[in-house]
Design a protein around this ligand. Sequence first.
Ligand code: BGC
Length: 246
Amino acid sequence: MNAILGIDVGASGIKGALVDLDKGKLHGERFRVPTPQPSTPAAMAQAFAEISEFFNYKGIVGCGFPALVKHGVAQSAANIDKSWVGVNIETVFGEASGCRVYATNDADAAGMAEMRYGIGKGENGLVILITIGTGLGTAIFYKGVMIPNTELGHLKWNNGKSAELYASSGARERLKISRKEWAKRFNEYLQHLELLFSPDLFILGGGESKFFDSYKDLLQTNARTVPAKLLNNAGIIGAAAYAAEQ
Ligand code: BGC
């Protein structure tokens, strides 16, 4: 079996598991540590190493990271410590864990997993995956090919603020609004994306995807809108798949 450690770094938790890349499934249990606060590179590197140690793992590791990632370097830091900007994620996590680490944007990782193994398998049109968590992450595919680092959670919204401050689950928690109120906001966001991209399919991932049934009737889009099949494991699976390709 071809098992690679995938680690999904989030603003509130860092989750890892061995991934069976033949099946596109977790191989065994998942291990989570809370994201240290402040989430500086040094503190996060320690948490990252805790995960590779838990699995007693020394091979290549795939890492989904919640920022714009170019050639292994974080170029933004919306929901993590600002000192990440300009830092090479692969080097910092690699030195802490003693593993060769390959880093990519977390939503791109989740999108790759859903397109390869999940609900997007065989989809040939324009697909937008949105991870709904502390922030809003996006991945766009056309005919199965991804455009990386699309960052549509940062579309300008409400007086120039980021859309994710209006429609993420982070916003729902911060503003203490009901899931129904949140879903109305999220629907506005989907309709705006629809106006810009005319997708055939929206895939909703991240923590909020578990509750899809409770708000699906409030989403009115021309495109089909479905929850991610791999739910919150897509980021882990996609990160491992990304590492295997490098
Ligand atoms: C970041 C993205 C990330 C998303 C989800 C946003 O704030 O800018 O890079 O994909 O949050 O974690």
